[in-house]
Ligand binder design. Structure first.
Ligand SMILES: NC(=O)c1ccc[n+]([C@@H]2O[C@H](COP(=O)([O-])OP(=O)(O)OC[C@H]3O[C@@H](n4cnc5c(N)ncnc54)[C@H](OP(=O)(O)O)[C@@H]3O)[C@@H](O)[C@H]2O)c1
Length: 277
């Protein structure tokens, strides 16, 4: 089984979305550490830190805007065409959530989330697949353990991640026999800007017991690169998340929905604490 360093030697273009913070930033740092001379392209609105300037190409892109995705894809196609021989690694990681009851949430923000978490993933992957099929490579899509069951208070977010999870696994089968494979990454609660930007009053890891999953973005990045090198098609990060996903699959979906809602209700925003249950 190759190590992540050995795996990365075969890639000539690495594309990461959402490398400006959290999991995406940790993935880029881990890649830079293992393969210092690799060319990494980052797509997000803001730039990753100064560390990225050497051998990094930042393509400032709002991936919730379909025209911006098309423009970025056109730029990436040229970069891939001009790159030396080698595989293409595409890591679709950008995403955000929005916590609250659906009827209280901003409609435009929900639609923007679908555009970013779902539409951009399908669009960017589809646009780059022809070149990836020629060169070989892997499409890594960051889903979530939220994708394994309905997630009240994160209804749209969880549904986008269920889409990403199922789409990635199915795409992997469509691509069987070609030089391209897929990896669906399902992190559980991970320390990053995610919970703040999603409007959580209390992130799960600050509320739960020692059994509550709690990982750093560096741990998720390392596990992702290990799973990639090992040729896995699905990664659920850490044993606690694996256990939750396993037991969740053993109960009727209605029960899992109600239990999940009871857990997520506790993390409601201060502003909504007086609202009726
Ligand atoms: N943290 C968790 O507990 C957790 C658990 C499961 C799954 N995930 C998933 O992991 C992925 C990374 O999240 P994170 O935890 O690292 O959160 P994060 O620290 O908030 O990072 C989100 C990244 O997405 C980018 N992004 C947001 N809106 C964008 C837009 N319109 N266009 C382009 N890029 C955009 C951000 O860059 P800019 O703001 O610069 O554009 C940022 O780099 C997401 O898909 C998330 O759903 C996170």
């Amino acid at each position: 089984m190759p190590t992540p360093t050995e795996y990365l030697k075969h890639t000539s273009v690495i594309i990461v979305t959402g490398g400006s913070s959290g999991i995406g930033c940790s993935i880029i740092k881990a890649i830079k550490n293992l393969a210092p001379t690799s060319t990494v392209c980052n797509l997000s609105r803001s730039k990753p830190g100064d560390f990225f300037d050497q051998h990094g190409i930042h393509i400032a892109t709002d991936l919730s805007d379909s025209k911006a995705v098309a423009a970025a894809a056109a730029q990436l196609k040229i970069i891939i065409a001009e790159a030396e021989a080698g595989e293409v690694l595409l890591i679709n990681n950008s995403g955000f959530g929005d916590y609250g009851r659906q009827q209280d949430l901003d409609r435009a923000k929900q639609l923007q989330m679908i555009d970013l978490n779902v539409r951009a993933v399908v669009d960017l992957t589809s646009q780059l697949l022809p070149q990836m099929l020629e060169r070989g490579g892997c499409v890594v899509n960051v889903a979530s353990t939220a994708g394994f069951q309905p997630t009240a208070y994160l209804a749209t977010y969880g549904a986008t991640k269920a889409f990403v999870l199922n789409w990635t696994l199915a795409l992997g089968e469509d691509l069987r026999g070609t030089k391209v494979r897929t990896l669906a990454v399902c992190p559980g609660p991970t320390r990053s800007n995610f919970f703040k930007s999603a409007g959580f009053e209390t992130p799960p890891m600050q509320q739960g017991t020692s059994l509550t999953p709690d990982m750093t973005s560096e741990q998720v990045a390392d596990l992702t690169l290990q799973a990639l090198a090992a040729g896995k098609s699905l990664l659920v990060t850490g044993w606690k998340n694996k256990l939750i996903a396993f037991f969740g699959s053993k109960f009727p979906i209605i029960v899992v929905t109600r239990v999940g809602a009871a857990i997520l209700r506790k993390m409601r925003l201060e502003a909504h604490k007086g609202d009726s249950k």
